[in-house]
Write a protein that binds this ligand. Structure first.
Ligand code: MF3
Ligand code: CO
Ligand code: CO
Length: 275
C-alpha cells in the first residue's frame, strides 16, 4: 500500500515508508540545498583533470560545502567517511575517494549531497577527463538524455512507472544495460526515503505522482550488461562485465503542473562539455 502524508513546516519527519508531501517551505529549503549541490558540481569541473587524486576532489567538496554553511550528508553516513562518491569508468556508483589519480580518457561520476538547514540536495554529473573515446562520450550523452526524458514524465497524473519506462526505453534503444540494483529515492528532511525510484518499468504502474513529492532520479547505464557486483570494501559497485557505466542525478519536486529541478546548474553546466 502506498500512503501519502502531508508535512507541515517544521514538522519532524520519520523514515517510515510513507511518501511525504512537502509544502512551500520544503520547496524553499530544497532550492537552497539543490543550488549548493549544483554550485559544487560546477566548481569541480576545472579540477577534474588528469593527475588529480579522487581524495583531492573529495577535500574540495568538503571544504566548498562547509564554507557555505552546508554539511556533506555522506560524512559518517552508515560508516562512510567521505564527502562525496567518485566513480570512474566501470565503477557504477559509490566509488570511495582515495589516492588514485584520474587519467586521460577516464569518465567520472561525482555525486554530492549537501545538507542545508536540514534539507538534502542530491545530484551527480559525469566529467570527461582529457580526451575521451567517442563510445564513452556517447554513453555519457545518452545517460543524460535518459535522466531528462525521465524528468519530462515527472508530473501530477503520471505514475513513477512512466518515469522509469522513459529511461529504460531510451537506454535499451541504444542497447545499453540499465542497472537494477540501485535506484533513486524520496528525499527532503531525510537523505533516503520512500518511494524507491527504479529506472526500469512499465507506463501507468507504480505510485502516482502528487504535488509536493520530492525525489531523485539517478539512472546508472552500462555499455554492456546491467549486472553489478559490490567490491570487498562494501561500497564500490562495478559492472560484472567491466563495461563502462555512466550516471546523472537530479533532485526534483512535483509541482501543480510538472516538476521543479532543485539541482539545476545556475550556469547551464548540467552535462559536459563544461568549458
Ligand atoms: N548520493 C548517493 C545517492 O545518490 C548516496 C551515497 S551514500 C554513500 O543516493 F554513503 F555511499 F555516500
Ligand atoms: Co547522489
Ligand atoms: Co541519490
Amino acid at each position: 500500500m502506498v500512503d501519502y502524508v502531508s508535512i507541515a513546516a517544521g514538522e519532524p519527519v520519520a523514515r517510515n515508508g510513507s511518501i511525504k508531501l512537502y509544502g512551500s517551505d520544503g520547496f524553499e529549503g530544497m532550492r537552497r540545498a539543490g543550488l549548493l549541490a549544483a554550485e559544487t558540481l560546477d566548481a569541480l569541473a576545472p579540477h577534474v583533470v588528469p593527475g588529480v587524486s579522487t581524495q583531492e576532489l573529495d577535500d574540495f567538496v568538503r571544504r566548498f560545502t562547509l564554507d557555505r554553511g552546508g554539511i556533506p550528508a555522506t560524512l559518517n553516513y552508515r560508516g562512510y567517511t567521505h564527502s562525496c562518491c567518485i566513480s570512474i569508468n566501470h565503477v557504477v556508483c559509490h566509488g570511495i575517494p582515495s589516492e588514485k589519480k584520474l587519467k586521460d580518457g577516464d569518465i567520472v561520476n561525482i555525486d554530492v549531497t549537501p545538507i542545508i538547514d536540514g534539507w538534502h540536495g542530491d545530484s551527480s554529473r559525469m566529467y570527461l577527463v582529457g580526451d575521451v573515446p567517442i563510445k564513452a562520450k556517447k554513453l555519457v550523452d545518452i545517460t543524460y538524455e535518459c535522466l531528462m526524458l525521465g524528468i519530462a514524465q515527472a508530473k501530477p497524473g503520471n505514475r513513477l512507472g512512466d518515469v522509469s519506462s522513459a529511461i529504460q526505453s531510451h537506454a535499451e534503444r541504444h542497447r545499453y544495460g540499465v542497472v537494477r540494483d540501485f535506484c533513486g529515492h524520496g528525499l527532503g528532511r531525510v537523505f533516503h526515503d520512500a518511494p524507491e525510484v527504479v529506472h526500469v518499468g512499465r507506463p501507468g504502474t507504480g505510485p502516482e505522482l502528487r504535488p509536493g513529492m520530492f525525489f531523485t532520479i539517478e539512472p546508472m547505464i552500462n555499455i554492456g550488461r546491467a549486472d553489478v557486483k559490490v567490491l570487498e570494501d562494501g561500497w564500490t559497485a562495478v559492472t560484472r562485465d567491466r563495461s563502462l557505466s555512466a550516471q546523472f542525478e537530479h533532485s526534483i519536486g512535483i509541482t501543480e503542473d510538472g516538476c521543479e529541478i532543485f539541482t539545476k546548474s545556475p550556469t547551464g553546466r548540467d552535462a559536459p562539455p563544461y568549458a
